[in-house]
Design a protein around this ligand. Structure first.
Ligand SMILES: *Cc1c(COP(=O)(O)O)cnc(C)c1O
Length: 384
């Protein structure tokens, strides 16, 4: 078959990247850190407003690791983490020698359930250990229940790290995702809404945090003429070439958000009136999602046996990439020995969910192909 592959979420260069890369090359600034990275950080600070301070990193994962260190997480500590997420939200907890405690999702946002969170905190405290930090995620671009989660976190005096890797451009009550918790994280990996090839950012609220993050990210060098170290450091700074690409990408962020939101509207219309299939959508006007990925839930009892996996394999036949939702962390072999609080919401989402092609490159022709194939399948299962 000669059909071009339709990807789940592919990178989307705009042409403006080249100008900044050229500038960096001409300035002989091919390194990590430096002025180009500072410029990218300033662009982001300008976009976010509210005096947010940005520290760019070489990945979202390294930003999460640094964020946990800044919040004082130490070996032996417990860190609460949303179970429904990508493993990169959790791995840094283990890099530190701390241990994760997983919490279920709620149905409105698919993000952390505030009730299960409070139950987890109370139970951990009763077992003699107060969790050091809470990692919440803005899954698929949907903001977490910031008011409710932050209220629980404040009640117990526990810091919130917001993994906003998928949610650059999303907002809750007008406030940008990434700035809803105590420390926030973005990812600029190739599959995200904008990319630096690989990269990430820490979103901080004071200059001393930024100084500490930059120190740890550049091998923790003491202020001495020679190389002296009193702490373990990391090589986590962003490369100048990545930052140059990011400056170009940031110029088209708003148009990328618009494209992804248009994709969501396209799928809303496609599945309108289809029994047993619902498109995951903002619960109310407090939530503004960048719709990084559009996702659906399929209730196979209502769709006459049409399951997410049948749907995925059918699209694959026509070179259209769809993917199951993130498999919850408490169900992962590598993490299953850690405690979990909540019910079966995350597990049910995983069972019923499917991520649909959501790239900002998805043009009318590709949409028409997706629609045509979906209609054939939905008709076959008598869902129309
Ligand atoms: C992509 C992603 C990360 C990791 O970002 P990288 O830049 O790939 O290291 C972390 N958390 C979530 C939820 C992600 O989607």
């Amino acid at each position: 078959m000669n059909l071009d592959r339709i990807f789940l979420s592919e990178s989307h260069p705009c042409g403006k990247e080249l100008h900044y890369v050229q500038q960096a090359l001409e300035a002989k600034a091919i390194t990590s850190g430096g002025n180009v990275v500072r410029d990218f950080e300033e662009d982001l600070e300008c976009y976010l407003g509210n005096n947010v301070i940005v520290n760019a990193t070489n990945s979202g994962t390294s930003a999460i690791h640094l964020g946990l260190l800044l919040l004082g997480v130490q070996p032996g500590d417990e860190v609460i983490c949303q179970s429904m997420t990508f493993s990169a939200s959790v791995n840094p907890i283990l890099y530190i020698g701390a241990s994760p405690v997983f919490v279920d999702s709620e149905l409105d946002t698919w993000n952390m359930c505030p009730i299960a969170l409070e139950e987890a905190i109370q139970d951990r405290i009763s077992k003699g250990k107060k969790p050091k930090c809470i990692i919440v995620v803005d899954l698929y671009g949907m903001p977490y229940q910031a008011d409710k989660i932050n209220e629980v976190a404040n009640k117990y005096g526990i810091a919130v790290l917001e993994d906003s890797a998928e949610a650059l451009g999303s907002r809750y009550k007008g406030v940008p995702c990434g700035t809803l918790g105590d420390i926030g994280v973005f990812s600029f990996n190739g599959n995200k809404i904008i990319t630096t090839s690989s990269g990430g950012a820490l979103l901080l609220s004071d200059a001393s945090q930024k100084e500490r993050a930059a120190f740890l990210a550049t091998q923790a060098r003491d202020a001495a003429p020679y190389y002296q170290h009193t702490e373990v450091g990391y090589n986590y700074a962003m490369s100048s070439i990545a930052a140059a690409v990011g400056r170009g990408q940031l110029e088209v962020l708003n148009s990328r958000i618009q494209s992804r939101r248009n994709n969501h509207s396209f799928y809303k219309e496609l599945f309108l009136g289809v029994k047993g299939i619902s498109v995951f959508t903002e619960p109310n006007a407090d939530f503004f999602s960048n719709y990084w990925l559009t996702t659906i839930l399929i209730d196979s009892e209502i769709t006459n046996g049409l399951t997410p996996e049948i749907f995925r394999l059918f699209l694959e036949e026509f070179n259209i990439e769809a993917r199951p939702l993130w498999k919850p962390m408490h169900l992962q072999p590598v993490f299953e020995k850690y405690p979990y609080y909540g019910g079966v919401i995350a597990a049910t989402l995983f069972e019923q969910g499917l991520c649909l092609p959501s790239s900002s490159t998805l043009g009318e022709e590709k949409k028409a192909r997706i629609k045509e194939k979906c209609m054939i399948l939905l008709d076959k299962y008598n869902c129309l």
